[in-house]
Design a protein around this ligand. Structure first.
Ligand code: LP5
Ligand code: MN
Length: 275
């Protein structure tokens, strides 16, 4: 279990979806990292840092700048952690080493002021999305990934494009509700039963991204506010904190362009949203 240094803080962001088409979001990410990185600071990137990841043998100016930004944050004294998302699950040790972050399993746990905080990308909690869970199971298989990564890069890019198109069609034809976390799955996860059936231990707070529905749910069924607001408070048992996605390039009206959660070892947190 990871602990936040007594005098330090942990910062969490997810779903930046960085690519060559998101120069403003990349710049915002670089600025944010530089502004929070210092001694005793833990920085968690909880998945979908990149729009798509084809394999560590592919690089572009975006991935190079991410390496630079992460290295600078490390030089400033911060520790950086990365968790896979459903877009960048193929990001491997080669890139992690070049950047200087540690790849975490999903889920991972933090001990904060005697409370257990489960951190996850969040896609596994969307159990109503059967088509996605089927795809996830297949594409997280080690052998399947090895075979895919052995294909020529050009072919991988084509296949990824085809999957992205399929995904857009799937989303257009699916009810919004199936693409959110299933509340039963959330309740079971608090009790220690992960959606894959394994016992992972109980937790007090769940923190995730992926759904792009930023909110702090104080109880299992408390609805998300229609427009999320920056806020602060003290971690409480049963809370589910959902991180915002980032988009400074084509921001949607009346939605934050991004944001992050800051968590102190005392359990005090603040959610900052960029408008
Ligand atoms: O990402 P988003 O927001 O659009 O939707 C997600 C779910 N979709 C995905 C897929 C990703 O978008 C694409 C990942 C690309 C990775 C590239 C490298 C790996 C390549 C592997 C090569 C074989 O995660 C979407 C959810 C949504 O979140 C909300 O939670 O609904 O899930 C789906 O769309 C499920 C689909 O059924 C998945 C489609 C798989 C199609 C497979 C066959 C297509 C043709 C294959 C050609 C080789
Ligand atoms: Mn995601």
């Amino acid at each position: 279990m990871i602990e936040i240094p007594q005098q330090g803080a942990a910062f969490f962001a997810s779903d930046l979806h960085l690519s060559e088409d998101t120069p403003k979001t990349l710049e915002a990410f670089e600025n944010w990292l530089a502004s929070v990185a210092q001694e005793q600071t833990l920085i968690f990137l909880l998945g979908d840092l990149f729009e798509v990841w084809y394999g560590d043998d592919h690089s572009d100016s975006t991935s190079e700048r991410v390496i630079q930004a992460v290295q600078s944050a490390k030089s400033a004294g911060a520790m950086l952690y990365f968790m896979h998302g459903n877009r960048d699950f193929l990001l491997g040790e080669q890139f992690a080493e070049a950047a200087g972050f540690e790849i975490l399993p999903d889920p991972e746990f933090l001990l904060v002021n005697h409370q257990v905080v489960l951190i996850t990308h969040g896609d596994q909690l969307c159990t109503d999305d059967k088509a996605y869970q089927k795809f996830r199971l297949q594409s997280r298989d080690e052998k399947w990934q090895k075979n895919f990564l052995a294909l020529p890069l050009k072919q991988r890019i084509e296949m990824a494009k085809a999957i992205r198109s399929e995904s857009k069609i799937h989303k257009a034809n699916s009810a919004m509700s199936i693409m959110d976390a299933n509340l039963q799955a959330v309740a079971e996860s608090f009790k220690g039963k992960w959606p894959d059936g394994y016992y992972i231990g109980k937790s007090d707070v769940i923190l995730h991204g992926h759904t792009h529905r930023c909110a702090i749910h104080h109880t299992l069924t408390s609805p998300a506010p229609t427009s999320p607001e920056s806020t602060q408070g003290q971690l409480q048992k049963g809370q589910r904190i959902v991180l915002p996605d980032w988009d400074f390039d084509e921001p949607e009206k009346n939605r934050p362009k991004g944001g992050f959660l800051k968590l102190q070892s005392s359990g005090e947190f603040s959610l900052t949203l960029f408008n």
